[in-house]
Design a protein around this ligand. Structure first.
Ligand code: 5GP
Length: 180
């Protein structure tokens, strides 16, 4: 399959505004606390780096990362998740915020939530830049959501299509240009 970048779905300007807004809410919610922000590689790396900089000095932020992959088809999640890279630090008794790029079926986040809850964090919350609610399979609620989007495959701002287009500053739909 050959793909090309389609229309802008969410502009750079709207992303910047939303990340600032999320940072302000999270700063208020965790004021005076230590917070471990856990980015899910690789898609959430760019969102996470902007998000942590929009959380103000009231919160003592640390960063950790996990990398997961789902078995099965490339653009749909099978719900079976493999941890390729685990956290570097112990999260017992810590406030933890998982940061994802997009929640689709919700199977990845619900698996991660289950795994991290077994480690006895003080609290565990979920933040995703994008949410495709109509595709949800797992019963999971996301505490901080940037934008609800329709059932489209999107790229940019960290999201890829076969590793391309993560560097784009806005979020775009993807179009198929040929089958080969
Ligand atoms: P879920 O387990 O919620 O179905 O899948 C979440 C993961 O699927 C995301 O972290 C992301 O890697 C991938 N994904 C789902 N929808 C999209 C999309 O529209 N674009 C891109 N680039 N990845 C997506």
């Amino acid at each position: 399959m050959n793909y090309k970048v389609g229309d802008v779905l969410i502009s750079e300007e709207d992303i910047v505004g939303k990340v600032k807004e999320l940072g302000e809410i999270i700063s208020g919610d965790y004021a005076g606390e230590d917070l471990v922000v856990v980015g899910i590689l690789r898609g959430a790396a760019i969102f996470m780096s902007d998000l942590v900089r929009s959380i103000d000095e009231r919160v003592n932020v640390s960063m950790d990362f996990m990398s997961v992959s789902s078995y099965g088809a490339s653009t749909s999640s099978s719900g079976v998740v493999r941890i390729n890279k685990d956290l570097d630090n112990v999260i017992k008794d810590k406030h933890v915020l998982i940061v994802e790029d997009i929640v689709d079926t919700g199977l990845t986040l619900s698996y991660l939530k289950r795994v991290l809850l077994e480690r006895d964090p003080r609290s565990l919350a979920l933040c995703s830049l994008l949410d495709k609610k109509e595709r949800r399979v797992a019963d999971i609620s996301v505490d901080y959501v940037g934008f609800d989007i329709p059932d489209l495959f999107v790229v940019g701002y960290g999201l890829d299509c076969a590793e391309r287009w993560r560097n784009l500053r806005s979020i775009y739909s993807v179009e198929t240009i040929s089958q080969d």
